[in-house]
Design a binder for this molecule. Structure first.
Ligand code: PMP
Length: 285
């Protein structure tokens, strides 16, 4: 692959970041993943806006000039001839030259910027997206600013491992009896034709796919109720699904061993997957 590091396009084997970089030492960094389908970027403006917000929340100066981020994405797509997959982007607070908890002076230490492509041929035809996935619930143990998209992904990784060991596909976090979100996605249940999903707050990531999906569902006159829900409600729901830039809309067919609805992808989840993919591709750039 050709990757991007601090203004340069390099073969991945030549790309280097310091051992003192705060992204490495402190997890002091934010990221984005933008889906690429048929050579088009999906929801790019949303990811660009959320990156700006994440950076602002942790006081890292946005390193990108107007239009620059899109130009880098396009250049990476072209150089790697990427058709289906995604672009991963990470901005760290930079390399202060030693380990120190205090933020370095932003006039002296500039952010580290890394982007690379990820290949996923035939991404729309993934078996999980079509057949649905099974999940377990795990206790929510992340910090309380989940609205900031930091690279601090140890607990979500542990949650995925718990799911793997349990023989299922993913984990949903539960806090005070209610689902916050999935390990790397936003979560929904469907009851009596209405979509139920947790409202935005600092408790969960403000998914870009979530925002687009709710817009499209609203246009399709599907009722949306923004409120937290429990695992018991999910198990008694007609359907469940999740959204993310990597999974689009993916049906969820089982939670903690209990089948949801018929135990197969539900009609609303399937319809929303189609609508999302159609509309996001149409709007893709
Ligand atoms: N929640 C979490 C914890 C995530 O990691 C992700 C994916 N990065 C999402 C939700 C979905 O966000 P998006 O639709 O912007 O990919």
């Amino acid at each position: 692959r050709t990757v991007y590091v601090n203004g340069e396009y390099l073969p991945e084997t030549e790309a280097k970041v310091s051992i003192f970089d705060r992204g490495f030492v402190m997890g002091d960094a934010v990221y984005e993943v933008t889906a690429v389908v048929g050579g088009k970027l999906l929801d790019f403006a949303g990811h660009e806006a959320r990156l700006a917000r994440s950076l602002n929340e942790i006081e890292i100066e946005n390193p990108f000039a107007e239009g620059e981020l899109l130009a880098i994405h396009r250049e990476l797509l072209a150089k790697n001839e990427l058709v289906d997959g995604g672009i991963y982007l990470q901005v760290t607070r930079g390399n202060p030259g030693d380990r120190d908890f205090v933020f370095p002076d932003p006039a002296v230490v500039k952010p580290t910027v890394v982007l690379y492509t990820q290949l996923k041929p035939g991404v729309l035809q993934s078996p999980t997206g079509i057949n649905g996935i099974r999940v377990i619930s795990v206790p929510e143990m992340r910090w309380h600013r989940r609205d900031i998209k930091t690279v601090q992904l140890l607990y979500p990784s542990m949650a995925k491992m718990m799911a793997k060991k349990a023989g299922v596909d993913d984990a949903w976090f539960v806090e005070d009896g209610f689902v916050t979100e999935g390990s790397s996605n936003n979560t929904y249940i469907v009851k009596d034709g209405a979509i139920i999903t947790r409202p935005l707050s600092q408790d969960l990531l403000h998914g870009i796919t979530r925002a687009a999906l709710l817009r499209y569902a609203n246009e399709a006159q599907i009722k949306i109720i923004e409120r937290p829900f429990t695992i018991a409600e999910a198990q008694a729901a007609d359907e469940a699904f999740l959204t993310s830039a990597s999974a689009f809309v993916t049906p969820v067919i089982e939670v903690d061993g209990a089948a949801i609805g018929a135990g197969t992808p539900g009609p609303i989840a399937k319809r929303l997957r189609e609508i999302y993919i159609d509309e996001a591709l149409k709007a893709g750039i």
